[in-house]
Design a binder for this molecule. Structure first.
Ligand code: HEC
Ligand code: HEC
Ligand code: HEC
Ligand code: HEC
Length: 254
């Protein structure tokens, strides 16, 4: 009986610790768009959507266009993107080594662009908190000083990936995404190479989605202890996440 009780207390403590550790990652970061979030772009206290996950996920009625971004609560971006190395919007681009990108960003990267492209509204969500509140194409909820019905897009600056006009500069000035990882091209290491200090990955292949590099290869949107959400977890490696360019040198043998 006594042992059993001790075991139960220990298990409860472990559970509490585990939950706290997971919460600490996104809570208070720039991806925490609740009133107590870490950035300047966020809800006001008392607004219906003063929550964290709701800007990206919904437990029900999610937009299923985003394979790889589970239970996605945002509409699909309307723009046609110009890919890295592409001559026009909506066609594949090519790298120096001759590897082609997809003609459009794949779902895992499109999910990030559904806020970061400078065109899609950050405050547009499919299923608003509370009873009802479902609009298939997304609805602009009241968000900080922005009233309901008005779009709030990513302000101009370096966090606007897609540069406010996805078809113009688009993704041409960003590291290629939605591109197949070809061993040897651009000095890329074998996908079986063991890696350390990365969240949820023990080899390069774990960083890839369907064999491709996407935004989520280098970033984890929940890892708020790194100011740029790098998957090479600052807390785990005890140094700035890209110190010595270790993110880049993980894949490129330069
Ligand atoms: C800024 C957008 C964003 C916010 C906010 C967000 N997520 Fe996510 N989440 C994502 C994306 C993108 C993925 C897909 C990640 C990938 O590519 O592996 C994901 C994946 C997940 C997954 C599945 C992947 C895994 O193995 O963990 C879970 C579970 C999850 N999120 C839970 C949450 C919870 C709970 C919250 C709120 C506390 C939250 N997320 C807030 C963007 C977000
Ligand atoms: C719900 C909208 C939303 C989604 C979806 C989203 N972000 Fe963000 N992200 C933001 C906001 C808002 C900021 C804060 C921007 C600012 O303050 O300029 C931010 C900040 C960031 C930053 C930190 C920028 C800095 O310099 O401090 C990174 C990196 C980032 N996001 C990457 C991603 C990636 C990668 C994804 C997809 C896995 C993603 N985001 C999905 C809204 C979003
Ligand atoms: C090959 C790795 C890699 C990929 C793929 C990648 N990023 Fe990044 N990203 C980084 C690194 C490293 C930084 C930190 C740059 C710095 O310190 O200035 C960064 C920074 C950012 C920032 C902050 C702006 C800045 O430069 O300070 C945002 C926002 C961002 N990334 C979003 C995205 C989105 C959205 C995608 C997908 C379209 C993406 N990233 C794909 C590696 C990557
Ligand atoms: C997850 C693996 C991965 C990481 C991490 C990574 N890259 Fe890459 N990088 C790629 C792939 C895949 C390509 C496309 C190579 C090809 O086939 O041409 C590429 C291409 C490039 C290219 C060449 C583009 C061209 O036009 O030929 C440069 C430059 C580059 N990466 C720089 C960086 C830098 C700088 C970092 C760190 C911020 C980084 N990479 C991190 C996978 C990665």
């Amino acid at each position: 009986m006594k042992m059993n009780h001790i075991a139960k207390v220990a298990a409860a403590a472990l559970l509490t610790f585990g939950v706290t550790a997971a919460m600490a990652q996104i809570t208070g970061s720039k991806h925490d768009l609740s009133a107590t979030g870490g950035g300047t772009i966020k809800a006001n206290a008392g607004q219906n959507n003063d929550e964290i996950c709701v800007y990206c996920h919904t437990p029900h009625a999610a937009n299923t266009d985003f394979t790889g971004a589970p239970l996605w609560n945002k509409a699909t971006p309307a723009g046609t993107f110009r890919m890295y190395g592409a001559t026009a919007a909506g066609v594949a681009g090519t790298t120096i080594a001759g590897t082609a990108t997809e003609a459009q960003p794949s779902a895992p990267s499109l999910a990030c662009l559904s806020c970061h492209d400078g065109v899609s509204a950050i405050n547009s969500i499919v299923n608003a908190p509370g009873s009802g509140g479902y609009v298939a194409g997304g609805q602009n909820v009241a968000f900080g000083a922005t009233p309901a019905g008005t779009a709030f897009t990513m302000p101009a600056g370096v966090t606007q990936i897609g540069d406010g006009d996805p078809s113009n500069v688009g993704l041409t000035n960003d590291h290629p995404v939605s591109i197949t990882y070809v061993e040897g091209a651009a000095s890329l290491k074998p996908v079986t190479t063991a890696i350390t200090g990365w969240s949820g990955a023990s080899s390069i292949s774990d960083l890839l989605r369907n064999g491709k590099v996407e935004c989520g290869s280098c970033h984890d949107p929940h890892l708020g202890e790194s100011d740029t959400f790098l998957r090479r977890n600052a807390a785990a490696v005890g140094e700035a996440s890209n110190k010595g360019s270790k993110v880049c040198l993980t894949c490129h043998d330069k």
